[in-house]
Design a protein around this ligand. Structure first.
Ligand code: PBG
Ligand code: ZN
Length: 326
């Protein structure tokens, strides 16, 4: 056959592992990974989350061993989620100075002060109705809910959190929390906005884990419509203007286009949340023997990085960290 003289031979740069390594445009590092953890009130609790194989809920007295594991994996950051012992309309337990999250922050700071402790700031795990704000006559009250988020964020900062991450999708939540932190002497506490958080069906396993499903209705009046990309960019722009230090796109894998656009638009660090449903799908298929879990996991994480995320919040953080070491 006749070969064109100027034919481009891209395969030349794929000839050996070393060649591929020096040519790689993107790489994954343990420094990119943030590990989410669930903590709950009580004693002696270490229970596996049935829809999230390999993930556990801990009471604070059982957390020390897991902190050791996280250190051993070389992870640099965790994101804490709390469960409630008692729920009410006003999410009273969310801002207790000795709540499960607040005590866990203190334990991390005592046992592993070098680890960045991030906390989720949202009341859905603490409200009796399971919504992310105050509910009145079927409507989530935006501005009244901001007061709850301020109190919750402040209680995390007081316990020693490095980063608070509001996930309620209330308008003005970043500004409200920034103001509360600054007023109380926490100007060094960072805010990671869950800026573009979509109304996704991929949060199901998390809601089992955190016992945070809404009792009636759904979250479509505050979380973003799946159809919208421009609006995601607006959310990010607004969170920046309100003083966010980092912004987030959530979920990650179904929203790689949003991550790429966010990275092009914003100069802030972009986090992507590889959510519970994305985790559970891989776990389930791997359990059936249909996919190679480790390979799919690494491909997924690298793809999120390639799309433009600088930080990846993932339940696979420990597993990926170990693979990156060998
Ligand atoms: C709470 C919150 C949720 C997630 C993170 N923070 C659930 C929700 O909005 O219903 C989802 C995380 C995951 O699925 O892994 N607002
Ligand atoms: Zn919520």
């Amino acid at each position: 056959m006749k070969i064109q003289y100027n034919m481009q031979r891209l395969r030349r740069l794929r000839t050996s592992p070393a060649m591929r390594a020096i040519i790689a445009e993107t790489s994954l590092s343990v420094n990119d990974l943030i590990y989410p953890l669930f903590v709950k009130p009580g004693k002696g609790i270490r229970e596996e989350i049935s829809s999230m194989k390999g993930q556990y809920r801990y009471s604070v007295d059982m957390l020390a061993g897991e902190i050791e594991n996280i250190k051993k994996a070389g992870l640099k950051a965790v994101l804490l989620f709390g469960l409630a012992g008692h729920k009410d309309e006003m999410a009273s337990e969310s801002c207790l100075p000795d709540g499960a999250v607040q005590e866990s922050i203190r334990l991390f700071k005592k046992l592993a002060p070098e680890i960045v402790v991030m906390t989720d700031v949202c009341v859905c795990g603490y409200t009796s109705h399971g919504h992310c704000g105050i509910l009145k006559e079927g409507i989530i009250q935006n501005d009244e809910s901001l007061v709850l988020l301020q109190k919750m964020a402040l209680s995390h900062a007081e316990a020693g959190a490095d980063v608070v991450a509001p996930s309620a999708m209330m308008d003005g939540q970043v500004a409200a929390i920034r103001e509360a932190l600054d007023k109380n002497g926490y100007s060094n506490t960072s805010i990671m906005g869950y800026s573009a958080k979509f109304f996704s069906a991929c949060y199901g396993p998390f809601r089992d884990a955190a016992d945070s499903a809404p009792q009636s209705g759904n979250r479509s009046s505050y979380q973003m419509d799946v159809a919208n990309a421009q609006e995601a960019l607006r959310e990010i722009e607004i969170d920046e203007a309100e003083g966010a230090d980092m912004v987030m796109v959530k979920p990650a894998v179904f929203y790689l286009d949003i991550i790429a656009r966010a990275a092009a638009q914003s100069k802030l660090p972009i986090a992507a949340y590889n959510v519970s449903g994305e985790y559970a799908m891989i776990k389930a298929a791997a359990e059936k023997g249909w996919i190679d879990e480790n390979k799919v996991m690494m491909e997924m994480l690298l793809s999120i990085k390639r799309a433009g995320a600088g930080l990846i919040i993932t339940y696979f953080a420990k597993d990926a960290a170990h693979l990156l070491k060998d």
